[in-house]
Write a protein that binds this ligand. Structure first.
Ligand code: NAD
Ligand code: DAU
Length: 356
């Protein structure tokens, strides 16, 4: 087990990062400090962490509004808190946005990661007990046909600006380990779902639109396949790697839970009908096939035997229970939805999606 004391979480105000911080305080025995560094893009919402801030703010939890691309600002955070561990979630994360406007993805995901690596390399020179953990995605491996899985050694074949930017950052992280000996670990995970996911991704879009009785936009023929994992199962995997993963290694994380998009949307209609006491067929009639995402990857499927065998991790949340928990969370948190939809999100949707 590594001794972790001052953990810098980048992107901790986003979907997975904020769930990760909740997870650390509530579900682990970690007793050190967490520093959340986030520039608060449209996807970052510090309200996700209000409860943590109320209970631990100023003693074990700290928030620093800073951009990972700003070397001086980020370096100051390393120095101020004597950071010994980085868990790097911060990124532009939405594939559709990367198609409409790739530049932010190149800047944040590649240049931002490069900047953090440079800071870590210099700040940690000649230090032991330090670790840079890089969060990545299964999308770097490309797209599968009807069979097969992504393994840790599957050659990279990114096909969207988002996945190409993540692939590039993964290569940089490995290069810093190989060339400079920077202690790193990496993880490549499949599609996450759960509370606090920004309502631009498939599951929250569908929950929101079903509730508001709006069309449910299914891209293409709806038969693209994704492997879904409850967000805290991703977080427990990351925690296992950060504590016990081998330096220099990559671990795949996945749900072993493949769903065609159209089947998943139908299940959401059925679940929402139960919660809202409505007719499921009425909701299903809202399903609308729309123009496909350009370059839409067909199927992702992760083999995660390595982390299971080497670190004893496994998924703990059954998909049925996880989906119900997620639907309930969105139904009970309309204020949160209204808030995150009030600014940039609405403008962006208007600009890019009108007429689709
Ligand atoms: P998100 O978009 O919900 O959150 C990203 C966070 O990063 C936001 O809080 C945002 O403000 C912050 N951020 C963005 N640019 C920044 C910058 N330049 N400086 C500082 N902060 C910045 O993303 P997410 O879905 O939580 O994904 C987190 C990480 O996990 C990403 O690296 C993503 O590639 C990876 N990932 C996501 C999934 C998924 O299903 N969502 C699956 C596998 C891997
Ligand atoms: O696989 C991991 C990746 O999963 C992460 O790296 C990304 O950060 C994350 O956004 C996610 O990418 P996807 O493109 O798979 O997620 P998204 O929710 O955007 O789409 C899931 C599938 O649903 C995909 O096949 C596109 C489709 N879709 C999506 C939306 C938003 C629709 O059919 N309709 C929609 O409205």
């Amino acid at each position: 087990m590594r001794k972790l004391t001052n953990i810098l979480v980048t992107g901790g105000a986003g979907f997975i990062g904020s769930n990760f911080i909740h997870y650390l305080f509530k579900d682990t025995d970690f007793d050190g400090r967490i520093i959340n560094m986030d520039s608060l893009t449209y996807a970052g919402n510090p309200e996700n962490l209000t409860e943590i801030d109320e209970n631990f703010g100023g003693s074990r939890f700290f928030f620093e509004k800073a951009d990972i691309r700003d070397y001086d600002a980020a370096e100051a955070v390393f120095k101020k808190y004597d950071v010994d561990t980085v868990i790097h979630f911060a990124a532009e994360s939405h594939v559709d946005r990367s198609i409409f406007g790739p530049k932010d993805f190149i800047d944040t995901n590649i240049s931002g990661t490069f900047s953090l690596l440079e800071i870590a390399r210099s700040f940690w020179e000649n230090r032991d007990n330090v670790l840079f953990h890089h969060i990545s995605t299964d999308e770097v491996f490309g797209s599968l046909g009807d069979t097969g899985f992504f393994y840790e050694n599957t050659p990279y074949d990114p096909r969207s600006p988002y996945s190409a930017s993540k692939a590039s950052s993964d290569h940089l992280v490995r290069a810093y380990n190989h060339t400079y000996g920077l202690p790193v670990t990496l993880s490549n995970c499949s599609n996450n779902y759960g509370p606090y996911q920004f309502p631009e991704k498939l599951i929250p879009v569908m929950i929101m639109n079903i509730k508001e009785e709006k069309p449910l936009p299914v891209y293409g023929d709806g038969k693209n396949i994704r492997d879904w994992l409850y967000v805290n199962d991703h977080n427990s995997a990351v925690w296992a790697i950060v504590n016990s993963g081998k330096t220099g290694e990559t671990y795949n994380i996945g749900g072993e839970n493949e769903w065609e998009n159209i089947k998943l949307v139908n299940v959401l209609c059925e679940k929402m009908a139960v919660f809202l006491n409505k007719d499921k067929e009425y909701y299903k009639k809202l399903i609308t096939y729309v123009k496909d995402r350009p370059g839409h990857d067909r199927r992702y499927a992760i083999n995660c035997d390595k982390i299971k065998k080497e670190l004893g991790w496994k998924q703990s949340v059954d998909f049925n229970a996880g989906l119900e928990r997620t639907v309930q969370w969105y139904l009970q948190n309309q204020d949160w939805i209204d808030h995150v939809r009030s600014g940039d999100y609405r403008n962006w949707i208007e600009k890019n999606y009108s007429g689709r």
